[in-house]
Design a protein around this ligand. Structure first.
Ligand SMILES: [Zn+2]
Length: 106
């Protein structure tokens, strides 16, 4: 799909706050839509049908053990684990630095 270059790239200009805060999210969205990632995640979910964290629920998400933004390898299968939705949510929440979800007694 052709992209019309509306704004020329100006490396001498400072990165604006809005574009910097949007960067990682946009990168994530692009990456997780890639066929190569979908293929890897399908492979992980097939080989790890049970959530590796709680070992109870079926895994629904392929999750980066070390997240990409923390320098983890995006497409290294040893950096990807199958987790259930619940564990994925609480892991993502704690990675965002929030006190958020955790600390729940089962
Ligand atoms: Zn789980």
């Amino acid at each position: 799909m052709p992209k019309a270059p509306k704004e020329p790239h100006r490396p001498w200009l400072p990165i604006t706050k809005s574009s910097r805060s949007g960067w990682s999210n946009r990168y994530d969205a692009d990456f997780y839509n890639k066929a190569v990632w979908r293929k890897l995640s399908r492979y992980i979910l097939n080989s790890q049908p049970l959530c590796v964290i709680c070992k109870v629920a079926p895994s629904e998400h392929a999750d980066h053990i070390i997240s990409i933004r923390n320098g983890g390898a995006p497409l290294d299968e040893s950096n990807v684990q199958g987790v259930c939705r619940r564990c994925h949510n609480s892991k993502s929440a704690s990675e965002k630095g929030g006190a958020g979800v955790g600390g729940e007694n089962l």
